[in-house]
Ligand binder design. Sequence first.
Ligand code: SF4
Ligand code: SF4
Length: 505
Amino acid sequence: MPTLIDNTRPPMPPNSKGKAQARAAVSAAARAKGRGDARGGLYKPREPIYPKLVHGRWRTIKWALLIATLAIYYVTPWIRWARPGDLPRQAVLVDFTGRRFYFFDIQLWPQEVYIFTGLMIMGALALFLVTALFGRLWCGYTCPQTVWTDLYIVVERLFEGDRNARMRLDGQPLSLDKAWRKSGKHLTWLAIAFGTGGAWIFYFHDAPTLIRTFWTGQAPLTAYVSCALLTATTYGFAGWMREQVCTYMCPWPRIQGAMLDEHSLQVTYLRDRGEPRGAHKKNRDWAGRGDCIDCKQCVVVCPMGIDIRDGSQLECINCGLCVDACDEILGKLGRPIGLIAYDTDAAVARRARGQAAVYKPVRARTLYYALALVLVSGLTLWGLLARPKVDLHVIRDRNPIFVRMHDGAVRDGYTLKISNRTFFDQRFVIAFDGVAGVRLGRPGGAADPGVVLAPADQVVSVRVFVTAPADAALAASTPVRFVIASGAARAEAKTVFLSGAENPQ
Ligand code: SF4
Ligand code: SF4
């Protein structure tokens, strides 16, 4: 793993006071490092990273995605959706108590967990495909760790200023100014973390009800525990640990290596164009040197604290901020932009040989991923559309397995479990098929034993007795089936009718 760049050194301190403070910040970091070494710790102390604000195309896209993803996360539980009867009015709800998952007009039952499995496989395959094509775009733009860290850095800038100001502040002794800035930042971070944990629990309960009961102490214990856990992890991960989560805790940087090849787009420093690097004086000729002026702006904007000019690195999340930083510098110098760019190893190698770059989005691995994604998406969609709205399960009595009546008739008992997955009540007519002349009955002598009312979104369980006349042609075990029907809704289940014909009692 490459050594982290010393990102604590301010590039151009604005004045002598700034220089002194920046030196103090660096000394403080060095002392901290020294203490860590002296203690003989197993791990290198974290070197603080102060990413500088940058403007440009990729930063704008990141802002847009940050707003979109946060809006989706915070707003979704508050979307209301009309459903009949007492069913929840929340558009997206994981209802553990009612054992249902609601997603607008889609409602999933626990036994339909295969749909979730399909969705998770689709998500994984989509991630594989995007990574094979564009590298770690997920990490750089939409991963929650990236999004919340970006948001926390916005708050940090608000209270402490941009990179140089933050470095100066960290190098200063404690003062009233430093205290209010630091405490303001941490309180705002905690408020965001609490809002994040708070939004999470609304996905599992009716949001308007929960927000009332939460403050009066009447919400379920799981809501308080989940909120506390999410608050702590958001504050810790986005506020304190930041790039360390990506580099040391997340398995994805290691796994993604299996999806990348020389044709995957990655943020790349075009060494052939940039080298030999070095400071450049105004009005000097560019002949015999590269376009990189070694200004290190690509380093100081990097949220991972690395220097992309060292080549492809595990820490790089492909966020493109160094591209924006370098483009800005080259634009000011009047040089062509794109010294750092989304590029492929294959294109770099071809240009080095004097050949034109070729991009190959269609290749064996992207085809496999795309085909697998289409296949799993198709199967999941089919599973979703073809799943029955009504389901029937039959459990036959085990003890006694049949009863021979005083007139020679044989009676078997069954329990019918009818799942009505529609949003309206249904009146089902029960039919029995396989033995002629049978009579249906129910415990307690129901007036209409062949009819069952199944309320919307419920499972009803009914006991049914089937009595075959004494003269019925019965085997010891006769295959039979129950059929329930309500208009076009229909379901059937096979079972057997036992009579003990070979062993009459
Ligand atoms: S921003 Fe561009 S010019 Fe400046 S050091 Fe980085 S690669 Fe070189
Ligand atoms: S090297 Fe560039 S693309 Fe990679 S993490 Fe740093 S700023 Fe983002």
